[in-house]
Design a protein around this ligand. Structure first.
Ligand SMILES: NC(=O)c1ccc[n+]([C@@H]2O[C@H](COP(=O)([O-])OP(=O)(O)OC[C@H]3O[C@@H](n4cnc5c(N)ncnc54)[C@H](O)[C@@H]3O)[C@@H](O)[C@H]2O)c1
Length: 394
């Protein structure tokens, strides 16, 4: 992770988080540990737990517990009660800055630990669903400190959501099922940043890709990108492998289950485990067989396989490794620099959702290009002037 390493070097010298406590709820896996050690090198005391009951890598959590100034409460396959107890323990440390993936820390703070709100100067949010929730809170005037929407910046969305989710979800599906993608009908629900990556990469592996959407512009984009577009109601009877990534609820639900082919594989790459209606399956299955990240629900003689209990398939299957290292180098470089921005400016900002400052986005891109040994052109003084004028030039 050369970009994060370059930032860590600066942090070691400048100690931007001296005297501060950072509370985190992120997927606790190897790349995250590197972000934690970068923040600790910058002088922060770090308290971290997971942001999904199935995504923690216990060896990484154990290693983090050995690091001075770092406290890790995450455990894989914890119960819902244990999950929230760990969130509570992070907040017991009375953080100055929060870093969330899905907004669970901030939600808990605003609902159950309001006593701690006054000590927080700001936060950072990693994913689309977290930002949806934050914007909803802000619209109701209920978000009490500034939070940077790290997800919404090009250096995150264009790489993490598109390439990270695209590659890691498919590799997790392949390693969990040992099935060939080539020739299969792969149904991608949602043609946003994640969905585009999934559709392109599944196509690259030889799949016949079907996209389902609710946004007419994105549906048209999928059509012109060469994919089949249809409602889930129709796709349900055609697909072999389904991947939801809408950030929405019950995208595959009762009417669709009835139409699925015997042996259909369902997976979710969206943040919460609500995109596939797991409650319906549990209630209506005549038999359920659980093995190695695959739950097989037998309903009236038909088998429906659901990966990772409908949770993030790239992280929550037993062999799910999460996004590739190179991608998380960029996402966590943004997190580290945004956390520093909050450390320096948080106190003067009011409650609300803030964009990533453009200098930070560009800085991460430049550090990455330099780590790749790539150089690019620079605007000349004449070109800068031309771009700001309304004269056509000759
Ligand atoms: N698996 C991962 O590691 C990972 C990484 C990044 C983001 N995410 C999560 O993935 C989800 C999608 O993120 P994104 O950045 O692609 O969001 P996005 O907003 O760019 O795309 C979501 C798309 O889903 C569509 N949609 C909504 N409801 C739908 C429905 N019922 N049927 C079909 N389409 C529907 C929307 O129109 C939109 O085009 C979010 O929950 C996000 O938090 C997961």
């Amino acid at each position: 992770m050369p970009v994060l390493a370059a930032i860590k070097k600066q942090f070691v010298q400048k100690k931007p988080f001296a005297g501060m406590t950072v509370g985190m709820a992120l997927h606790v896996e190897a790349k995250t540990a590197n972000l934690v050690s970068t923040l600790a090198a910058g002088g922060a005391e770090v308290h971290i737990t997971g942001c999904n009951p199935l995504s923690t890598q216990d060896d990484v959590a154990g290693a983090l517990r050995q690091v001075k100034g770092v406290h890790c409460y995450a455990k894989r396959a914890c119960s819902v009660e244990e999950y929230y107890a760990a969130i509570d323990r992070v907040l017991d440390a009375s953080p100055t800055i929060t870093i969330d993936d899905g907004m669970d820390l901030i939600h808990y703070l605003h609902t159950k630990r309001r006593d701690l709100l006054s000590s927080i100067i700001g936060g950072c949010e990693e994913t689309t669903t977290g930002i949806h929730r934050l914007r909803a809170m802000a619209a109701e005037g209920k978000l009490e400190f500034p939070v940077i929407a790290v997800n919404d910046t090009p250096m995150k969305r264009f790489f993490d959501n598109v390439h990270g989710t695209g590659e890691s979800a498919l590799s997790s599906i392949m390693i969990t099922t040992n099935m060939l993608i080539a020739g299969k009908y792969v149904v991608v629900a949602g043609y946003g940043y994640c969905g585009r990556g999934l559709a392109r990469k599944a196509h690259g592996l030889g799949a016949k890709v079907i996209v389902t959407e609710v946004d007419p512009r994105r549906a048209l984009e999928a059509h012109m990108d060469g994919f089949l577009v249809m409602p889930m109601d129709k796709a349900a009877g055609i697909g072999d492998i389904f991947i939801t990534t809408t950030g929405n609820t019950r995208v595959i639900a009762a009417p669709h289950f009835k139409k699925l082919k015997d042996g259909a594989i369902l997976s979710n790459a969206g943040h919460f485990n609500v995109e596939i209606d797991m409650g319906y399956l549990a209630e209506h299955a005549d038999k359920v067989i659980q093995r190695d990240g695959i739950g097989t629900f037998v309903i009236k003689g038909k088998s429906i396989h659901v990966l990772a209990e409908g949770r993030l398939v790239n992280l929550a299957t037993p062999k799910g490794m999460g996004h590739p290292i190179e991608v998380m180098d960029l996402s966590f470089a943004l997190q580290a620099l945004c956390a520093r921005y909050i450390a320096e400016n948080g106190g003067s900002l009011s409650g609300g959702v803030y964009e990533v400052p453009q200098e930070i986005d560009e800085q991460v891109a430049r550090l990455k290009l330099s780590s790749l040994g790539l150089t690019i052109d620079e605007l000349s003084r004449e070109q800068k002037k031309y771009l700001c004028s309304w004269d056509i030039g000759t």
